[in-house]
Unconditional design. Structure first.
Length: 198
């Protein structure tokens, strides 16, 4: 693992308020997409940051688990003391095996591009394990138009994702959404991926 991207790295970002990825409010797309998710679903938000999206879903009656590596961001959510919101201050890749086959949906936004790209295959393995049969990843994947390999954020490509999800997930939906914020329009791709039962 790239230890330059460990919990202390992310904690320092929050401490210095160097959080350019954070919108300061619920993501417009996920505010829209809540209408398509059944209230019975248990939802996981990996790399939740300050938790605008998980907080919104929890306040709307969903059972939500927010996983966040940086203690400052995790404590921000914990202090909200919201029913239905369970905050795990943990490395997503190290969450306990008791969460295997536990979640119905994993919502992805600004996490996949934040960790070391060498972990991307492991990311899909982990999500495959924690999702129930037929469970889904619902995500906006970005940035797709970045030219260089530096990061975070690290560039993503659909072909790379297709390679990683082979025998794990099938693509159910794929499109550019009108609900992207202006500065990310055309640079983030919506994917709905369903777990394959092997």
């Amino acid at each position: 693992m790239n230890h330059n991207l460990d919990s202390s790295f992310w904690n320092s970002k929050y401490k210095e308020q160097d959080t350019g990825w954070d919108l300061g409010e619920t993501t417009p797309f996920f505010e829209h997409y809540i209408n398509f998710i059944d209230k019975s679903k248990i939802i996981c938000f990996p790399g939740a940051g300050y938790g605008h999206d998980p907080i919104f879903y929890a306040e709307n009656g969903y059972k939500v688990y927010a996983i966040e590596y940086a203690q400052i961001a995790a404590m921000h959510m914990i202090k909200k003391n919201i029913n239905n919101l369970h905050v795990l201050n943990s490395d997503f890749f190290q969450i306990d095996k008791s969460y295997n086959n536990f979640f119905d949906i994993v919502i992805e936004y600004t996490f996949y591009c934040a960790f070391d790209p060498k972990l991307r295959n492991k990311y899909f393995d982990k999500i495959y394990n924690i999702l129930r049969p037929g469970g889904e990843i619902i995500g906006l994947f970005l940035p797709i138009n970045k030219d260089d390999l530096s990061g975070p954020p690290f560039k993503i490509s659909l072909n790379e994702i297709k390679n990683f999800i082979k025998n794990k997930f099938i693509i159910k939906d794929k499109y550019f959404t009108d609900h992207s914020i202006d500065k990310r329009k055309g640079n983030e791709l919506f994917l709905r991926l369903q777990k394959i039962e092997n």
